[in-house]
Design a protein around this ligand. Structure first.
Ligand code: NOS
Length: 334
């Protein structure tokens, strides 16, 4: 077992559907054979998960979303995801979920939240991992999707919900159109946690901060192109959720030796290490910590500090935070 795999960890940026294991995807594809383009054969599936660019990734992602057609499908996925995380010693997760895409295929908002909440309580008891939700707007579906996402969040207020997000493509999806939605979400106590600067430049991150009130940024790797922005993130302690392998697989970064993580850390930008859509990108959170160790040239103590940063940048309850921090201390013998 590697140091990274035994290390107690928090995962702050991982997508619900993007966490479906190949086994789950194949099973669902089998179940819905005849009405899906997703293959069931493992080799064809691996091929299917090779992306030509970011837009192609989103297209493939949405075809997996389409496999979730009943509340039972959602429950199973959620419970399975928690099991896979717990197996890597992930002790706390903020899972990014997209109610709109399920509601659009006819699952009610109530049934959606019920399936997630029930799976969360069961998973917390079964696997000892604390789960919280970020409900994200799929940006490509625009303001109507934002309306549904906000309505679901504020009307039903599922107990595990802590954040409001924005995902999907950035090109052609200006952040300011969602200003009012984020204002209302924040006014009701949700944290503002949008994606920005993954597939477009630093100006999208500035918008996320100034217009959407972002408290953390999903990806935000484009900040490395803007020294003023990096200084701002460092001064205001706005963390970036970094997922190195994702950035390579969606071709947002050309190769690992060009990844901006070292430049961001050198500029004092707070970061956490995350996995984004692990089976789709053939990775795990453990693996992303190993990648970060290599990129940053860290020893075990440095890797443990990255794990502590993930806990501190989370919106976990205080007792959960201190428990995980104590577990990291015990693990490292410090
Ligand atoms: O790396 C990512 N960046 C942006 N969106 C993503 C990523 N991974 C999964 N999604 C998901 O893509 C859907 C379409 O907007 C959303 O559900 C979002 O959560």
């Amino acid at each position: 077992m590697s140091f990274e795999s035994g290390l107690p960890k928090a995962e702050l940026h991982v997508h619900h559907v993007g966490s479906a294991s190949m086994r789950t995807v194949a099973e669902l594809a089998e179940r819905h054979a005849g009405s899906t383009s997703v293959p069931t054969d493992p080799e064809a599936l691996a091929d299917f998960f090779t992306f030509t660019d970011f837009a192609h990734f989103i297209e493939v992602y949405l075809s997996v979303v389409d496999l979730l057609r009943t509340p039972e499908d959602l429950w199973t996925l959620t419970h399975d995801v928690a099991r896979d995380l717990a197996a890597q010693n992930v002790r706390y997760v903020e899972l990014t979920c997209t109610p709109y895409t399920s509601i659009a295929v006819g699952i009610s908002a109530e049934a959606y939240c019920e399936a997630l909440e029930d799976a969360r309580r069961r998973a917390e008891a079964d696997f000892g991992v604390t789960m919280r939700w970020i409900f994200d707007i799929p940006g490509e579906s625009g303001v109507p999707a934002a309306d549904v996402t906000l309505d679901t969040a504020l009307r039903l207020q599922p107990e595990g919900l802590i954040g409001f997000g924005l995902g999907g493509p950035e090109i052609g999806v200006p952040r300011p159109q969602f200003k009012a939605h984020f204002e209302q979400a924040r006014a009701s106590g949700l944290h503002s946690l949008p994606h920005a600067g993954e597939s477009t430049g630093p100006e999208t991150i500035w918008d996320a901060i100034h217009v959407l009130g972002a408290e953390r940024i999903g990806h935000g790797i484009a900040a490395a192109q803007d020294p003023v922005l990096m200084a701002y993130l460092a001064e205001h302690q706005i963390p970036l959720e970094i997922s190195p392998t994702s950035n390579i697989r969606t071709r947002s970064v050309a190769s690992m030796d060009q990844h901006p993580l070292p430049a961001l850390v050198a500029a004092g930008v707070p970061v956490s290490i995350n996995s984004d859509d692990p089976p789709m990108f053939d990775t795990t959170l453990t693996r992303e910590y190993e990648v970060a160790r290599n990129l940053l040239g860290l020893d075990d103590a440095g890797v443990a500090d990255l794990a502590r940063a993930g806990v501190r940048h989370s919106f976990a309850p205080d007792d959960v935070k201190s428990t995980i921090l104590a577990e990291i201390d015990a693990y490292t013998g410090s």
